[in-house]
Write a protein that binds this ligand. Structure first.
Ligand SMILES: C[S@@+](CC[C@H](N)C(=O)[O-])C[C@H]1O[C@@H](n2cnc3c(N)ncnc32)[C@H](O)[C@@H]1O
Length: 279
């Protein structure tokens, strides 16, 4: 609960503008309850009485640590191991066999606490075990997120009983993790190829290099149509011509970008660069 129990419509509007500007996140109308539940404890800790006062502390040259805490609190970090399973089947059955003996670069573009990039790594390494001759020569997985706290958890690769229970069989848990007390840590061989860096998807991707596969799942849903279009077009620029874009199960390029064509497979949907940047 916010200290004074209410958010004025002007404060809410200014907060919506702030969040869209710094994170691209569009906070819909009547989501005051979300602001209340996600920021109330931070404001109580900081002795801040109103959303307007919080805004004046975090805007412009204001307190960067507090700003980061607010952005972290306002991002939705929901994730799980092998989420939706289809992307991992697409990777294993359709994509990996195309990279036999060749290097492969994969980008997990909003990696949250690491379940997505590590699930990619588990899939690659299991493929390698089963088909050593058909495996890529080297796999690099670059995982990025806006949230500093999510990236810190992802890098630590250490999960509690609750998060480990979401999406893994007992056998997978034992194969991919070492148990340390109440926690489970991703084994070194599955962490080796995975690196993490902070990236706001609103910013340039050029420092990341080019990719064969981009996983951009369950993040575009928070953005405006204009930002979705911009991100999808810029992702087409960093994808190799024969590359693959994998979106969340409810997401599509259709209506946002002409830079891809859609491939429907029994295992799921892949978006491939169409090679036409001229729009
Ligand atoms: C719901 S999680 C999705 C995690 C994972 N891709 C999955 O599908 O399970 C959304 C992630 O997007 C990140 N995010 C939100 N806005 C972002 C932005 N502007 N740039 C980069 N990441 C952002 C959040 O921090 C959060 O970790």
């Amino acid at each position: 609960m916010l200290a004074n129990g209410a958010i004025s419509s002007d404060e809410y509007k200014r907060f919506q503008e702030f969040l869209e500007q710094v994170a691209g996140i569009v906070l819909g109308r009547n989501k005051q309850y979300l602001v209340d539940s996600r920021l109330g404890y931070i404001m109580a800790e900081e002795g801040i009485a109103t959303l307007g006062e919080l805004l004046s502390r975090i805007q412009g040259l204001g307190d960067p640590k507090l700003r980061e805490r607010v952005i972290d609190a306002m991002t939705t970090n929901e994730t799980l191991w092998f989420r939706d399973s289809k992307p991992y089947r697409l990777l294993e059955q359709l994509i990996l066999p195309k990279f036999a003996g060749r290097p492969l670069r994969i980008w997990s573009a909003a990696c949250s606490s690491g379940q997505e990039p590590y699930s990619i790594s588990f899939t690659v390494e299991e493929f390698r075990e089963r088909n050593p001759a058909a495996a890529p020569s080297r796999v690099e997985i670059v995982a990025t997120d806006l949230s500093g706290s999510m990236l810190a958890s992802a890098k630590a690769a250490e999960y509690d009983a609750m998060s480990i229970a979401r999406g893994l069989t007992t056998q997978q848990k034992q194969k991919f993790f070492d148990q340390r007390g109440q926690h489970w840590v991703v084994k070194p061989q599955y962490r080796r190829g995975v690196s993490f860096r902070k990236l706001n998807l609103q910013d340039s991707f050029s420092a990341l290099g080019r990719f064969d596969v981009v996983f951009c799942r369950n993040v575009l849903i928070y953005f405006s149509a204009e930002l979705k279009r911009d991100i999808l077009n810029r992702m087409a620029d960093v994808l190799h011509p024969e590359g693959y874009l994998i979106l969340g199960s409810s997401e599509s390029v259709n209506g946002y970008s002409e830079r891809y064509h859609t491939e429907r497979h029994p295992q799921g949907v892949l978006f491939r660069p169409s090679g036409d940047a001229g729009e």
